[in-house]
Design a protein around this ligand. Structure first.
Ligand code: DAH
Length: 367
């Protein structure tokens, strides 16, 4: 019995004194491990008489339980202390500035996307969406471009077979233009409609100013008494805000798109030299977008009565906007995922575009 008391006092004392989880475990092994003191005493029970065995066995079990409890309590205490020490030593001050060399960048297309949404959002436009994989109805037919219409040749379309039909007219396309979202919107919404639809578009084309996947933003306004004057005012405000210029000469040239009548292309004034392109006053012109009054056939295809409603629409190449605004010469580099390129042309993540806070955060760019 004296033996047991000694062992108990000695062990509890060791537990108490343990400074960390490792030394605590050493105490555990010294009493409860394979060769531990209690384990040895348990083994010794076999040599005792029945009476002694009963008495000693009971005492040993009580001792074991007591020691386990003390170990557990100490372990908990030490774990909390160790965690606190770790937290204190690994403390991070989240208010410190970011190490710029480790910081990611916003891709110029994402930046342009934000800027375009900020400008049109301010004018009261909503952002609308449609699928990248389209049927020919939404990408072509409903946009007054039926099968065999010569305008289908204007775009090098990627077709996708329809597993349910061998008829070529039923095959899908990856949308060649965001104009498909015009129809998707009219199907869901009654006028007044005022949307922009930024997104990915696809055509089989590849050179310094064309890539098979590129980005457009579509615009559509439909209401009663909408005229070409609304179109002109809206787009004029857009280009001035986008290029962050108070004065920017623009002109409209007659053009052709199957889904608009009349159709036009908008040019902005610029000065071109061998080494530089300067947007603003100058003697040269740069084509920037396609636009026009929505063709009555398109309104009809979207379930809207052209005798009651009119609208205007426009389509802008967003990558081209990025190239112009940020002086990026080759479109193919946009999609090469080269981090050095992104470091050079990308934008700092926290510089959000807004009409009041600054659109391109001049000077906020990583360049
Ligand atoms: N969808 C045309 C294209 O990809 C661009 C366009 C032109 C869109 C005129 C329009 C528009 O909405 O009115 O070339």
């Amino acid at each position: 019995m004296e033996n047991i008391d000694n062992l108990k006092n000695h062990t509890l004392d060791a537990i108490n004194k343990a400074q960390d989880l490792k030394s605590l475990d050493e105490v555990r092994v010294s009493v409860l491990g394979k060769k531990g003191a209690i384990t040895e005493l348990m083994k010794g029970l076999a040599a005792l008489s029945v009476e002694e065995k009963k008495e000693m066995g009971k005492n040993l079990n009580i001792l074991k339980a007591e020691i386990e409890k003390a170990l557990e309590a100490k372990r908990e205490g030490l774990s909390v202390a160790e965690l606190n020490a770790k937290l204190a030593s690994e403390k991070i001050d989240v208010t410190l500035p970011i190490r710029t060399e480790n910081q990611g960048r916003i891709h110029p297309v994402s930046k342009i996307y934000e800027e375009v949404v900020a400008i049109f959002g301010q004018m009261g436009f909503e952002v609308a969406e449609g699928p990248d994989i389209e049927d020919q109805f939404h990408n072509f037919n409903a946009l007054n471009t039926p099968a065999n219409h010569p305008a289908r040749q204007m775009q090098d379309t990627f077709y996708i077979p329809n597993p349910e039909s061998d008829n070529f007219d039923d095959s899908y396309v990856v949308r060649t233009q965001t104009s498909s979202v015009q129809i998707r919107t009219m199907e869901k919404k009654q006028p007044p409609i005022r949307i922009i639809a930024p997104g990915r578009t696809y055509r089989s084309d590849y050179d310094a100013t064309h890539t098979p996947m590129f980005h457009q933003v579509e615009g559509l306004v439909i209401d009663k008494n909408i005229t070409m004057a609304h179109l002109k005012g809206c787009l004029y405000d857009f280009v001035k805000a986008f290029f962050e210029l108070d004065e920017l000469p623009v002109r409209y040239r007659p053009s052709y798109f199957p889904f608009t009548e009349p159709s036009a292309e908008m040019d902005i004034g610029c000065k071109k030299s061998k080494t530089e392109l300067k947007i603003g006053a100058g003697t040269d012109w740069l084509e920037i977008l396609g636009c026009g009054m929505v063709h009555p056939n398109v309104l009809r295809a979207g379930g809207i009565d052209p005798d009651e409603y009119q609208g205007f629409a426009f389509g802008i190449g967003m990558d081209r906007l990025a190239m112009l605004k940020y002086g990026i010469p080759d479109l193919r580099t946009f999609f090469e995922s080269d981090v050095r390129w992104l470091k050079h042309y990308g934008f700092l993540p926290l510089d959000e575009s807004s009409m009041t806070g600054g659109l391109s955060n001049n000077g906020g760019s990583a360049r």
